[in-house]
Each structure stands twice: as C-alpha cells, then as structure tokens.
Write a new protein. Structure first.
Lengths: 431, 460, 408
C-alpha cells in the first residue's frame, strides 16, 4: 500500500502468510462468499479459511483431511477480494494453504484421477487436440448418444456438461498473422488457451475479426499452452510455473497487448509477474503480465465502432468471477453488449456470484457446484432474457448445462464478443 | 464423537453440528480477535423450536452457551465461554412476514441487515439502523448489541426499530415479548435489546420498517484540523438542522481509505473531512443543506463538495464504512474503540484521544459519528509484540476514561462484551451493577447464557 | 406511621390527603399520608423504612394520573415527588436536559423553547405532567407518528429500588449500550419496579413550521377511515393523523411539520374534502390534536362505561373500530394504530378479542376501579411472559411495596 507503512510484520515469512495478517476478522467477506451463503458456517467462509491458513502457518493446527475440506470447498472466485477493505490477497492465502496441505495430505483416489486427467490432457496441447478429435469421432458416429444410455452418476454428469463438439475448422487456431486494412493502430497477440480453443474456437475467430475491424494487427503463436490456472488452483505451483514459462517463451515481445477472451486464463496471465517473484524470470514475467488484456477491455479502449447490423436479443450479462473479482472488469463487457443495436441488456439479481464452474470445480465438487448453478439458473431465467452472455469458457459450459438440465424456457449462451461480431456480420450480409 | 456431540446431534441433526477441532477454532473469536476461546461444539439450529430444545438440554447439563450471528461484533460478545457451546443463528435466515401497510416485519434472528432492506426494496421500505458491517451482520446481532450506524442520528438505533421479539430462556422456555403493536405492559423486549445474549437467545424479531427517503443530499466538507471539523458539527446542531448522518474522518483515515478498494475521493491534503447527509422530500432539503454548507464555511472549511449522483454518494459512504477493515493494512491487529461524549465536547475529546495515542507512538485513525458524539478511534498494533499489545490496551482504556470524564459512556453501539467489563464499575454506581445482576438472575438463574459478558460476575 | 414519617422527613413534608386533592381517593380508598421528600436521600430513607415495615406506597408527581390504568390495592402512602424539581443538567447545544422527577414538563418545554428546541413528547394532559410521571406512565401523544414512543426519548434515569438502593441507568448521551438497558422496563412501569428520581430527556429542534388542519365532516366512521387510509398511502408522512368522534359522526385532523415549503406542498396535496360531503380542511390556531385526544376521557361516564386503550396494526383498525357500539366516543391515531375509546363495559370482551386476533391489544385504562383489575395489569393475565414480569418485580421490589395491584 503506497504511502502507508506496514508496521511490525517480520519479513521472513512466506508472502501468503503476510497477506493473512492483513485480515482483521471484520467478516465483511462472509456474505460475498458463495459457499458461506450455502452453508453459513465459518470454516466455509473466506475469513474462516484465512484463520485456518494462519493457524496452519503458525503451527496452531496441522494439515489433515478435515482441514483440507473447507479449503477444497473454496471456488477461488475471489468475490471476497472485491469487498475486502483491508485488501487481503485471499487467493494467495488460499493457494499457499492448499499447497501446504497438498504436500502432506495425499489426495483421495478419485481426486488423484481427476488431477491426472488435468495434468495429462489439459496442459498438453497435442494430447488435448487428440482427445477432442476422439470425442468428435465418438459424437459423429452416434456413439455418444448410445453411451448416454449406459452412463450414470459422475460420468453421466460430465457427459452432459460437455456440449456438442464443434466442427474441426472451428477448433483450428486462427492464422499466425492477420493485418487490418490500412495502417494498424496497434499490434496484439492472441492467447487462445486450452479448452477455449476446442469448445469455443469460434469466439477466437470473432475476437480476431473484431480486433481487425478496429484496426489491430493480430498475431497468434501457434504453439501455446494452458495458462496454468487449473494447476495452481489445485495446489501444484511447479506445474503452473512450467506452463507459464512455456507461454512467456512462446509469445513475441514486440506486441502492445496480449489479448485473451477467456476470463479465467486472463486472470492467470495477469498474475504471471507475481508467480515468478524472486526468480530470474521475474522481469520478463512482469512485462508479459502488464500486456495482458481482456478482449472487452481492448475494444472499449479503442472505442467500439457502431456495427452496421442489428441483433434483436434480450440479453442478461453474467460476470465471470475471474473477470469482475480478479480483474475488476465489469463495465466493459456490458458496454460491448449495449453497443449492439437491438440488444436489450438486463441485470439479474446477483450477476457477480459464481455459477459453480470455477475451473474444474464443477467436476471435483459436484454437489456444491450444482447448488450454486440452481441459484444462477433461477436468477438468469427470472430476468426473462433470451440469452446469457458471459466471457469465460467454464461459465459458458456450466450455464449452458444448467439451463439444459433445469426446467424452464430455453436460453442461449454467448460470449459478449460473439453478439457484437454477429452485428457486424449481419450488416455485411445485408449490404 | 463425544457424548455432548452425540446428544446434540440427536436434538438437531448431524449437519447442524460442528465438532471438529479445526472448525471449532474458526469460532474462537468474533471480530475482536483479542480474546479467544475455543467452544466445545457449534450448533446451527433453524427454528425457535430447535433452539428451545438445545437450551433445555444444555441447562439440564449445566453447560454454558453463547449465541452468535455473523460474528462481526467488536467487543467480544460472541467469544465463546470456556467449556461452552456456540449457538450460531446464521441458518435462521428467513423473513417470515412483511406487512408493508403496517410498516413492520417478522424475521428470524439470522437474517442479514441489508438482506432485509434488499428484500423490501420493491416496497419502498427499509430497516433503518446501518452499522458499518450491515452487509453481513445479522438482525439478531443488531438486537443483541443495539447496533447503531451513521444514520441513527436522525433515525435511531436498533432499539427504536424493534417492536417485539421471541426470546428463548436458558431453560428452553419460549417467550413472545412485544409484537407488531408493542406492549400494553412492561417493556421487556426493550430490556432484552443490547443484552448481548446474556438473558437468553432471541430467535425472531418484529422490526419496524422505514419508508425509503425520496431524496438524499450528501456533502463532503474538508477542514484544516479535527477541531475545526468538530466545531462545524456543533454549529450545524445549533442551527437546528437534523441531518440523517454526520461523520468525521481524520487525516490518517483519509489516507488509508484513499489507498484501498473503497477509494472515495477524500482530499488527501485535508486534516479532517466531514461527511453530512440529509434525507427526505425534495422540498425539505434546500434550507438545511445551505445551512450545513454555511456552518462548514464559517468554521473554515477548505472545500465543500456535493455528491453528484447516487454512485458518487455510494462511493463517499463506502469509504467511510470500510475504515475499520482498511486499518488492517497498517498493522496485523486493529482495536476499534467505541466511546461517546456529549456532542459539544467532541473537539476536546478528539484532541485528547490523539494525544493519548501519539504519546504512545500508536497509529490510530480516528472516525466519529459526530452527530451522536460517538468516537471510533481505531488503534493499530501488532499483537504478537506484547509491549505493543499492552500499549494498545492502555491507550484504549485511557480513551474510554476520557469519554467518562467528559460525561459520556464507554460504549455507544459495540457493547461491553468482554472488552469493557472492567470499566463497568467506573461507569456505574454499585447499585446499578447490583440491579443488573438481579435482572440477569431473573432471566438466567443458573448463569448459563453467555456468562462473564456485559456485567462483572462478582461483586467487586 | 404518621409520626415515624414526620420524624424521618420533617412535619411539613407529611400531610393527610385533603378532600378534593388528587390523592384523596385512590381507586376507591383513601391513603393515610401523602409525603413530599425534598431530596433523593430523603426518598431513599423513606423507602428503606417502608420496606422494613411493609408500608405499601405509590410514587406520584402531582397526582393527576392516579385513577388511570390498573387499580391500586391497599396503598397507605402516596410518595409525591413534587418538591424535587431541580433541573440537574442542561446542555441545549447537546440537545439534552436532565430534571428531577417532580419538575413539571411545562418547565422543560419553556426552557427548551428558549433555545429553539422542544421536548418531542406531547402526552394527553401534558400541562399537568411531571418529568418523572411522563416517563413512568410512558404515554406518548398523538404526535407519535413523527416523534416515536416515550422510550425513544428517555436517555437515562436515576432511580431508587424499594430497599433504598440508588442506581442509574442509561446516561446523558444519545447512544449508550453499557450494561442492561434498565431504562426500557422502567419507562411505562407506572411505579411498580422502582421510584424514578431523575430523568434525562432528548430534545429536538423546533420545526420551522408546524401546522394542524381539521376536517369536521360529521361523516360516518367508515368514510373517515377510508380518507385517513388514503392520506397515509399518499406518503404525506404527517406528524400526526387522528380521527375522533363517534361511530356515526367523526372528524379527521392532520398535522404537518417541517420546512415551510415542504409543509405547504403537502398541504396542497390534501384532497379537498370527503366526496359528496360539505366541509373542508380548516387550520387550527393551536397546533396538535390534544383537545381531541382527550375527548374519550371527557365523555367517560364511569357509571356504565370504561375507557379502553388499544393499539392495532393500522391495517386492522377498520375491523376493530367497526365493532365500537354507537354511543362510544373515540380518538384514534391512524398513523400508528393507537387510540382510546369510552365504551359501555359490556363491549370490552369482544373488542379485546378482536384486538388480540389482529396481534394488537386492548386494555382497560379508565373507569371504576373494579373494572381496572387483572385485565388492566402491566403483566399479562397468564403464561411465561407473566411469570417473567412477576419475577422481575420480585427481584427489584422484594418487599412488594411499590404500587401494589398494578403489576401483580
């Protein structure tokens, strides 16, 4: 905190522990926390988890399965950070505590299985591509429909979380370099991420198109990696740093921005600097992080061109946690939507409360995730909107799944840039 | 699971009970982390009937208990008692009845202050007391402490908005005191307000609802010094103006707010700012507003700024309400005081408070609900350093003595709890403490309801 | 007893009630002595003595509220506090005044008025009330909608238990949560728990404009109530809104206070009159509705009638008032649902039942002492709430000498 001296804190403790000292136990975070809202117990609140983490660091308690549970219940949505007057870096405390516990309490078998899946598939682009090719085959041949009949429990749920696999051309990365007509106003590199490309590759193309329309030259590094967020949140800092290093190397230095269209990845990219604090890579990581921008940030900064076409749609915008709480981005996506002629933007009761996706949370904590999703679906349906817009693949999957599995009128799920891009598209075809 | 846990589980259910030591640890203090005591168990009932069953059981076993809402109290009122059980009312969070025409509602004790006002929004009503912790604190907690807030200068404290309540006595007996129309008989509900859970557990509350003001006018005046600022407050009161709120923030508070997520745009060069709000119908704002402005200018205001729109107003308020938490950035521990002095002694009080903390080298942002003479010096220290902790405690005590000396009180809205127990004999003649002990014994003859809080147990 | 009292307080402080004085007839019997202690110490000494000997007594200011509410039983001594009339603390800048129990409320008003302030309580029969009596009775007047209840205005008290123990509760500042708020049960306890010796009141600035308009229409209750309801729903936020009269012919009064422009703007929004009826809003010279508020008392025929005090949720008023027999005289505060009515004795059970079913109450406040028995007492007739009230009484007044009959 600039200008204010922090008194009396010894400097030889881990950074996350120092963060925990900023907590004065005021409790203003409690009701912001989705799990506290559900359970109303202190250990399932940010304040309670910080208290436990602090005790863990000070030796007041030891890692155990009991201690691990509330730490795992946390969605890491960071809603608490948005209201913390003391500015506690809660996610740092949580990650620190999770790491400490993970080192000493082995994960349960089914969690190990999930972590293996995470590490072996998601963080390896080629394996991931192959996996989705197989999924696409499974779907195209009608086997998916068939298997559905035999699936039960967790697997059945995972199957229904997975949307139809997009056609192969959408799952390809955009070309390495695209230039706008005329002299470029800026140069950007597109971060594509892992799942986003395989399931929402069309959004990358829309992002690309909009950037070009706004006069930005776009490069797309063809070998890039998962941002590392999923590994970090699961307590595996090493793996996260490795992925981050690979990405830092893969991206060109001579760009103004590193643009992403997935809020979760974006929040992680912006953290790269802190991740490498005190390592030789620090300066480079900080430079990388300082260029990271959400596509909606960039478009608003450039000034959104009025699209020639119209999209007649009543849309409710749902804030991805990693956009509003982690990055403080709230108005830009709404401005994007409002700039589209024909769009009526409405607000739901609590757009900033997590939908329960939270990375792979919806797979590892299905019960809590489903309960949060119940609330989310109820609230977005109550607005009477035709579609939900949200800027993160996890949220898009989760809300789509939620709408499909809960009774009520069908609603579509979009990324905000998809709607803007469609308005430009519409204009072109009309002309 | 030990016998107590088994018995409790049989009374409620396993999901309503916490017994793991790690989980119990998170209940060992409320917002005042100076005092810590791990409870034997935490029970989370959902109905009055469950509370009654639990209390009947605990009384049979002679086990003390402490009620807890959201745990945002600042005097240790919800700190568990040694060997005791915590009864968390957090899951009793239903609004049971709303009667807009009669301007009252029946709520469970765990309903959160702003959750009620949010639910009432479409009806144009709200619950008036607005403690800084209102987004999280429970109405049961508000009743337990008689919570106030910036706007109680005009609108009153929780007591003034409590019409009746359901009280479960320590033996499990359920009493309905007052009601939507109050009582023709003794005002026992009023006695239970501010009793800090020492008379039993309040499970349901009839609250009075207040129509939302048509308009707000908010202004921020900056001053060279705290003294000028306090004099402006006296001048406003003298002019016969009743603003809904008048808040003072000193230089240190301005600095920390401006460096936090609640950045409000307070001028960093000012020695103090005064945040004044008026509410009501548009026709009743102009004269008082200009009278306030004039009073500020006459006392040497450097600048007077008016809130431009509702967002600006919210921003000005968020800054103020976040001061306590924000102070966490200055030191690991924060001790927020809650003394009251007569309004016209405010300048003197603030000056002397500053001397007390300065002379001990303690950092202490100062804020005050100036309209009520309610000061909240926020002492920052590192509790791991015994010397600092002692200094903080001494300074706190001295500040409250100053309040007493000026004709005030040791707590305006945070309660006595554990924190100010030892100051009670300085505040009250022995007769008062004797009467209070007799009152306690009427409700709680076995001494099981949050014992050791609010009044010193033994005759000195 | 008389000689002991004289020994204790001096002969000029002890009298036998003169015929015609307010304390000559206490709910059907005559007390043996009226004592006028001059100080808190003397009062304490008297109480100690009374406790010791079991002398039943009733504290009083100037005696005007005796004969109201639950009937006294067997009182020997009237403890008149009318000689204790000092102003003990006065800080107009802090909007606070403390007065000994016997100080007439009128004097507080005068002092406050000099500083542009007011005591924001207007109990009926206010001109005779004392600082202690006002708090002990706990009756706010028709300006309750704006000003709230008596308990909202008492910041602190000094009081004596029946054993002579002096204690204080609350304080002199507007916010105070130190210890149990003993002020609350004392306000409205009618001298059953302790003897108030000093009361600290909040003061409020006088509003720039305070006006009262009345509509004497002679319309039936139903019409009056529906107009009253409309006025409430218009959001006029009146300082007082009262209806009075008899079921067949009622009147309506509204009081608006605040900034001049605001009062006049709201005045202009008042609907001209009742549809299809003559009459219009006439401004009263005096402000407030006091003369109408005491109408039921003036009309009370003790031979066959009783005076009921009631409170109902405003939405339930219509149902309740429609049960008033034709000859009743009532005043009701439409904003808060409180009121009084002089009714034939036999109407009481049905009215009480109706009030209870609407979650309000209806108790006997005036009439012959025989009518003001258990039903009028400060403790409910039965249930755990009654037990608690009695236990509290026993804890504070173990000898049971204070105002016997009113609580138990």
């Amino acid at each position: 905190m600039p200008g204010v001296e922090k008194r009396g804190v010894p400097r030889d403790l881990p950074a996350w522990f120092q963060q925990s000292l900023d907590c004065v136990h005021c409790g203003l975070c409690l009701l912001q926390c989705p799990t506290y809202q559900l359970f109303k117990v202190e250990p399932d609140s940010p304040r309670g988890r910080i208290y436990l983490a602090r005790a863990l660091a000070e030796g007041g308690t030891a890692p155990s399965v009991v201690l691990k549970e509330p730490l795992e219940h946390c969605l890491d949505c960071r809603a608490c950070e948005s209201v913390c007057p003391s500015g506690v870096g809660y996610h740092l405390v949580l990650e620190g505590a999770r790491e400490t516990v993970a080192g000493q309490v082995p994960p349960r078998f089914k969690d190990r299985l999930k972590l293996f899946f995470l590490d072996a598939i998601l963080t390896r682009p080629r394996v991931l591509r192959l996996a989705f090719d197989l999924l696409a085959f499974w779907e195209r041949t009608g086997l998916r429909k068939l298997t559905r009949l035999f699936l039960f429990g967790g697997l059945k749920r995972m199957e229904s979380l997975l949307p139809p696999i997009p056609p192969k051309k959408e799952r390809r990365l955009p070309p390495p370099r695209s230039a706008p007509g005329g002299k470029p106003r800026a140069r950007a590199a597109l971060f594509t991420g892992c799942v986003m490309t395989e399931l929402f590759g069309r959004v990358h193309y829309d992002t690309l198109r909009l950037l070009l329309l706004h006069g930005v030259e776009v490069v797309v590094p063809q070998t890039q990696f998962c941002c590392g967020a999923l590994s970090l949140h699961a307590g595996s800092r090493e793996r996260a740093m490795e992925l981050a290093r690979l990405n830092i190397e893969a991206f060109p230095r001579n760009v103004d921005w590193i643009v992403f269209d997935s809020a979760g990845c974006g929040a992680m990219l912006k953290e790269y600097g802190r991740l490498f604090e005190g390592t030789p890579l620090e300066a480079e990581a900080k430079a990388f992080a300082s260029k990271a921008r959400d596509v909606t940030e960039v478009l608003v900064e450039l000034g959104i061109e009025t699209p020639p076409g119209r999209v007649e749609l009543k849309v409710v915008y749902d804030d991805p946690c990693h956009l509003c709480h982690a990055q403080g981005i709230r108005s830009q996506p709404r401005k994007i939507l409002e700039s589209v002629p024909g769009v009526e933007l409405v607000e739901s009761a609590d757009p900033e409360r997590c939908c329960g996706a939270a990375g792979i949370y919806n797979i590892v904590q299905p019960e809590i995730s489903e309960r949060l999703l119940d609330k989310k679906v109820e609230e977005v349906r109550a607005t009477g909107a035709d579609a939900v817009a949200t800027g993160n693949p996890g949220c898009m999957l989760q809300i789509r799944y939620g709408l499909a599995t809960r009774e009520g009128k069908p609603m579509e799920v979009f990324h905000p840039v998809e709607i803007l891009a469609r308005a430009f598209e519409d204009g072109r075809t009309r002309r | 699971m030990d016998a107590l846990a088994e018995d409790l589980a049989a009374l409620v259910n396993r999901e309503s009970l916490l017994t793991e030591p790690d989980y119990l640890m998170t209940y060992e203090c409320d917002s005042l982390s100076f005092f810590k005591q791990r409870p034997r168990a935490v029970v989370l009932p959902r109905t009055t009937e469950e509370v009654s069953r639990i209390l009947a059981y605990l009384s049979r076993k002679g086990i003390p208990f402490t009620a807890r809402g959201s745990g945002t109290g600042l005097s240790g009122g919800a700190t568990p008692v040694e060997g005791g059980v915590v009864i968390s009312l957090a899951r009793m969070d239903r609004i049971l009845e709303v009667h807009p025409r009669d301007r009252c509602a029946l709520v469970q004790a765990g309903v959160v202050n702003t959750a009620l006002s949010k639910a009432l929004e479409p009806l144009g009503l709200h619950f008036a007391p607005d403690p800084a912790s209102q987004p999280v604190c429970s109405l049961g907690g508000n009743v337990g402490e008689n919570a106030g807030g910036p706007h109680c200068f005009k609108h009153g404290m929780t007591l003034n908005h409590t019409l009746g309540l359901t009280l479960v006595l320590p033996g499990g007996e359920v009493l309905h005191l007052g009601g939507p129309c109050g009582e023709p008989d003794l005002d026992l509900a009023g006695l239970v307000v501010a009793s800090e859970g020492t008379l039993g557990i309040v499970t349901e509350i009839w609250v009075r609802l207040t129509p939302n003001p048509e308009t707000f006018r908010t202004l921020l005046a900056s001053f060279r010094s705290l003294e000028d600022c306090s004099r402006a407050v006296s001048r406003i009161v003298r002019a016969g103006i009743v603003p809904s709120a008048m808040e003072i923030l000193d230089k240190k508070s301005i600095e920390i707010v401006e460096a936090s997520v609640n950045k409000a745009g307070y001028p960093l060069e000012a020695g103090a700012v005064l945040l004044v709000e008026l509410d009501g119908r548009p026709e009743e704002m102009e004269r008082p507003l200009s009278a306030v402005e004039e009073a500020c200018r006459k006392e040497g205001a450097l600048e007077v700024e008016f809130a431009k729109d509702p967002e600006h107003r919210m921003k000005l308020w968020k800054g103020r309400k976040g001061v306590y938490g924000t102070a966490g950035r200055l030191a690991p521990d924060v001790y927020v005081m809650d003394g009251v002095v007569p309004r016209n002694r405010l300048a003197e009080a603030l000056h002397r408070i500053q001397e007390v903390t300065d002379s001990r080298g303690l950092v202490c942002p100062n804020i005050a609900h100036a309209g009520d003479g309610n000061v909240h010096p926020t002492i920052c220290y590192d509790g791991r350093d015994p010397e600092q902790a002692q200094k903080a405690e001494e300074a706190g005590r001295e500040i409250l003595r100053i309040c007493l000396e000026l004709g005030g009180t040791i707590t305006g809205e945070h309660g006595v709890g554990l924190e100010k127990l030892s100051l009670m004999p300085e505040m009250f003649p022995p007769g008062s403490l004797r009467v209070m002990r007799r009152v306690k014994a009427v409700f709680d003859p076995a001494g099981l309801a949050n014992p050791g809080k609010l009044i010193p147990l033994e005759e000195p | 007893m008389i000689s002991r009292l004289e020994e204790l307080l001096g002969p000029d402080a002890v009298e036998t009630p003169a015929p015609g004085s307010p304390w000559a007839n206490l709910d059907g019997f005559e007390p043996e002595a009226v004592v006028h202690p001059a100080t808190e110490e003397e009062t304490a000494a008297l109480l100690r003595k009374a406790s010791e000997h079991g002398w039943l007594l009733v504290p009083s200011g100037r005696g005007h509220a005796l004969g109201r509410g639950p009937a006294l039983k067997g009182v020997k001594i009237v403890l008149a506090l009318d000689r204790m009339r000092e102003v003990t603390y006065e800080e107009p800048e802090d909007l606070v005044i403390s007065a000994q129990a016997g100080l007439p409320v009128e004097e507080i008003r005068e002092r406050a008025g000099k500083h542009g302030l007011r005591l924001a309580l207007e109990p009926p029969m206010g001109e005779k009330a004392t600082a202690g009596g006002l708090a002990a009775l706990g009756r706010s007047g028709s300006s309750r909608a704006r000003d709230g209840r008596v308990r909202d205005h008492v910041l602190g008290v000094r009081a004596l238990l029946s054993d002579g123990t002096l204690f204080s509760a609350g304080g002199r500042v507007v916010k105070n949560v130190a210890g149990y708020d003993l002020v609350r049960p004392l306000v409205g306890s009618r001298g059953t728990l302790a003897v108030l010796t000093e009361v600290t009141y909040k003061l409020r600035p006088l509003p720039p404009m305070d006006r009262t308009w009345i509509l004497e229409s002679g319309a039936a209750l139903e019409e009056i109530l529906s107009l009253g309801k409309a006025l409430v729903e218009m959001g006029l936020e009146p300082a007082a809104l009262g209806a009075w009269g008899s079921p067949s012919s009622g009147s309506l009064g509204i009081r608006l206070s605040g900034e001049e422009e605001d009062v006049l703007a709201r005045r202009n929004r008042l609907p001209c009159s009742l549809p299809g009826r003559p009459g219009e809003w006439i401004e009263r010279e005096e402000t407030g509705l006091l003369p109408f508020e005491v109408l039921p008392w003036e009309a009370l025929d003790e031979g066959r009638e009783i005076l009921l005090r009631f409170a109902l949720p405003p939405s339930a008023l219509e149902g309740f008032l429609s049960l008033l027999p034709g000859e009743s005289v009532f005043f009701v505060d439409l904003a808060t649902g409180r009121g009084e009515a002089a009714v034939p004795r036999e109407s009481y059970p049905v009215l009480r039942k109706q009030a209870a079913s609407s979650r309000g109450f209806c108790v006997v406040e005036g009439g012959p002492p025989t009518a003001r028995g258990l039903e009028a007492a400060l403790a409910r007739p039965e249930g755990p709430e009654r037990n608690l009230a009695l236990a509290l009484k026993k804890a504070l007044d173990p000898a049971g000498i204070l105002s016997p009959g009113r609580l138990d």
